[in-house]
Ligand binder design. Sequence first.
Ligand SMILES: [Zn+2]
Length: 114
Amino acid sequence: MTEEQRGELEELIRSKIEDIAASMPYLQEETKAIAPSVSLGRLTRMEALNDKGVNEHVLEQNRRQLQRLANALKRVDTNEYGHCVRCGGEIPIERLRVVPEAVVCVPCAENKRE
Ligand SMILES: [Zn+2]
């Protein structure tokens, strides 16, 4: 990996973190408990609870994604970054451009055997 590519990926990681962080306050607002006193009609209330479930799922996914990106940001300046944690091989730059937080190469990711 060239220094230029490393810089490019670092930028990408930072912008992904910003995007996700920016969506969090909205999701947190949407996943607050729906007070029983709120005068929603029966159907509306069911829809609201359903949306809450979806948003909680997205929120949880986002939290994990943020954690992975934060870890990638810590590794990006090290020689460890861009190497598969399983086989030690280089993760192709094309994969890192799509998934900059990737820690395993595609063959290892697809190989479910431990
Ligand atoms: Zn591998």
